[in-house]
Design a protein around this ligand. Structure first.
Ligand SMILES: CC(C)(COP(=O)(O)OP(=O)(O)OC[C@H]1O[C@@H](n2cnc3c(N)ncnc32)[C@H](O)[C@@H]1OP(=O)(O)O)[C@@H](O)C(=O)NCCC(=O)NCCS
Length: 150
């Protein structure tokens, strides 16, 4: 999957909010994204289709993560429903892990809903392991905390 990956900008947030609302039962608000774009420990990237599939150039995936003292935490990741099951998340996450490596990240954490089989399979495919459970993390559901040792 050929992707064009760039830092997320404020002007991208209309597109991001559309995908966010289609992707999560409790979507982030626009204000939450705006805060992350101002947060010095936060990194935000958007992916567009590259190569021959470039098309009109809209965002097809985005991710937000923090890097703090050798530890990364992936806060958000979503792929446009029309672009799922094509390897977008796998390629995008591999690029994000490549971005983290020279920044001396040695552990990556994330939370995932226990019922989110698609995401759990994706993360396990990249080498993440289930670390522990956070009870009622989402209010209505437990989170599995997953961890990757780099
Ligand atoms: C989870 C999500 C990011 C996966 O994105 P994607 O681009 O469709 O994933 P990929 O095509 O790169 O799939 C990579 C692997 O993940 C797993 N996977 C992805 N979608 C899956 C599904 N619907 N069912 C089962 N496994 C799935 C598979 O192992 C897949 O490999 P395969 O296609 O060779 O079987 C996407 O479904 C999404 O945006 N979901 C809503 C938001 C979300 O749950 N984000 C994660 C929060 S922690």
């Amino acid at each position: 999957m050929d992707l064009k990956i760039e830092p997320l900008r404020l002007t991208d947030l209309d597109e991001v909010m559309r995908i966010e609302r289609l992707s999560f039962p409790n979507p982030w608000t626009r204000g939450m994204f705006e805060n992350e774009l101002k947060n010095p420990v936060s990194f935000a990237f958007a992916a567009r289709a590259g190569g021959e599939r470039q098309g009109p150039g809209g965002i097809i995936a985005y991710s937000i993560f923090w890097i703090v003292q050798g530890e990364a935490h992936i806060l958000n990741l979503a792929v446009d429903p029309e672009w799922r099951r094509k390897g977008v998340a796998l390629t995008f996450l591999q690029s994000i892990l490549d971005f983290m490596r020279p920044r001396t990240v040695f552990e990556v954490f994330l939370e995932v809903r226990m019922s989110n089989i698609a995401a759990i399979r994706l993360y396990k495919g990249l080498g993440f392991r289930e670390a522990y459970v956070r009870k009622k993390y989402y209010g209505d559901e437990d989170a599995i905390v997953m961890k990757l040792e780099m």
